[in-house]
Design a protein around this ligand. Structure first.
Ligand code: IPD
Length: 263
């Protein structure tokens, strides 16, 4: 039996070191290393360097664990635990000098597939503001010593966040969903880092969040934060979060968002 608190302690330590490196590299200037799935989907030298740091530390401290990272790919382990890592979530913000980006690290058990895994521990660390959101299964979600709880929207409507994928072909569908969700909203944010959108739902800085096109490393840690803060995270009806859809909110709002997205 793996102790989720031990995994969380390690994730916290590594996320801090990784975030410090990302912040330092940002202050020195950012170089775009390559484009990925689309011309707007970029990777910086810092993304690669930060992921190498995280991967190297995990390999040294837990050599039997698997790894699934945004920049360096997947490797199966032997322990049943996989680390799911986005070294810099919000890369476009990072490249433009917008301080809304995060290191996201989750430890999951079971098949390294969000439809099948159980998340054990998760950390979303925002280095530019030095904020650490963390959760371990059954132990709640926390921000700097404060236990987090998802919010219920007020009569003014829900403060919602969403995102738009890098592939222009998907934007018409994204905008159609946004138009259908809009009547539930008091306002909508598109801040540019999915892990922080989820962390903010956990911290009741947002009432809800939905987005199509996320990768496992975008939501692995953030989804655990929301669940441990009493919220619900799911994908398409009856499914867990996936590339096809991720919705996070308190249960009632979650249902209302899902109802209008899937009319
Ligand atoms: C992206 C961000 C963005 C979301 C994209 C993600 P990246 O991650 O989380 O908010 O809209 O879908 O890919 O590329 O910055 O790690």
């Amino acid at each position: 039996m793996t102790d989720a608190s031990e995994l969380l302690a390690l994730a916290l330590d590594i996320a801090k070191e990784a975030g410090d490196l990302a912040r330092r590299r940002r202050s020195e200037g950012v170089a775009i290393a390559a484009t990925k799935s689309a011309i707007a989907d970029i990777v910086t030298e810092a993304d690669r360097e930060v992921e190498d740091l995280i991967r190297g530390r995990l390999a040294a401290e837990r050599p039997g664990d698997g790894f699934l990272g945004e920049e360096s790919g997947a490797e199966r382990g032997t322990s049943g635990i996989t680390w799911v890592v986005d070294p810099i979530d919000g890369t476009v913000n990072y490249a433009y000098g917008i301080p809304h980006y995060a290191v996201s690290i989750a430890a999951v058990e079971g098949e390294p597939d969000p439809q099948q895994w159980s998340a054990l521990a998760g950390v979303v660390y925002a280095p530019a503001v030095d904020e650490t959101f963390s959760a371990a299964t059954g132990e709640g979600a926390w921000l700097e010593g404060r236990r987090l709880e998802v919010s219920e929207p007020s009569a003014a409507g829900a403060l919602l966040a969403t995102g738009f994928g890098y592939d222009p072909a998907t934007h018409e569908g994204d905008l159609g969903r946004l138009a259908r969700v809009m009547p539930l909203a008091r306002d909508v944010r598109r801040a540019g880092a999915a892990s922080l959108d989820l962390a903010y739902v956990a911290a009741s800085r947002l009432d809800g969040y939905f987005e199509r096109g996320l990768n496992p490393w975008d939501h692995a840690a953030g989804a655990l934060l929301v669940e441990e803060a009493g919220g619900r995270v799911a994908g398409r009806p009856g499914e867990r979060p996936s590339t096809l859809m991720t919705i996070a909110a308190a249960s009632d709002l979650h249902q209302r968002i899902s109802d209008v997205i899937y009319v």
